[in-house]
Write a protein that binds this ligand. Structure first.
Ligand code: AR6
Length: 170
């Protein structure tokens, strides 16, 4: 099945969904942007599980393009799915890694049984990916995914990001 795609504007940590996706970094130990907001509002239980993941199967960190789930702590969700987007490069095409973030997050969501998943615009902040291109990749990847997830909600932080994604929805 193909999920229904919806758009929302604002802070992803205010969303209610089965799973909220975090635009993390490989360390899984927090950062700025979405990552900082999720750990702040979600509370210490998320970081605690991230530390356990680093002490077990992700000793070297979570590779770019992959995804892993933890509790959502105090967020209005059952899980946070952490994924690591690629840093934008003008000399190297890393699109496949960005697509992989969406695909792998949906695969993890399926394993969990999540039916509603909220995504931020991965890599478009600190990692500098141009919004238009990121929106195209996000949308194409979700549209072509085979998943039991029923709703994919893109949560865009500001008007500009929202409009760029809205144009992709058509
Ligand atoms: N809710 C929704 N969207 C947000 C929020 C929020 N609370 N805060 C920022 N955005 P970013 P990245 C938007 O930087 O580019 C962290 O330090 C933001 O405007 O969060 O993948 C991690 O630890 C942008 O459009 O993620 C990594 O080191 C989009 O979310 C690194 O940043 C993604 O911005 C990951 O960088």
């Amino acid at each position: 099945m193909t999920p229904t795609i919806t758009l929302a504007k604002g802070d992803i940590t205010r969303e209610s969904a089965d799973a909220i996706v975090n635009a993390a970094n490989s360390s899984l130990l927090g950062g700025g942007g979405v990552d900082g907001a999720i750990h702040r509002r979600g509370g210490p239980a998320i970081l605690e599980e991230c530390r356990k993941l680093r002490a077990s199967q992700y000793g070297k960190g979570l590779p770019t393009g992959q995804a892993v789930a933890t509790t959502a702590g105090e967020l209005d969700a059952r899980w946070v799915i952490h994924t690591v987007g690629p840093v934008w490069s003008s000399t190297e095409d890393r699109s496949e890694l960005l697509a992989s973030c969406y695909r792998e997050s949906l695969r993890v969501a399926d394993e969990l049984g999540a039916r509603t998943v909220a995504f931020p615009a991965i890599s478009t902040g600190v990692y500098r990916w141009p919004m238009e291109d990121a929106a195209r990749i996000a949308m194409e990847t979700v549209r072509s995914a085979t998943t039991a997830v029923e709703e994919v909600r893109f949560v865009l932080f500001d008007d500009r990001a929202y409009e760029v994604f809205a144009r992709q929805v058509g």
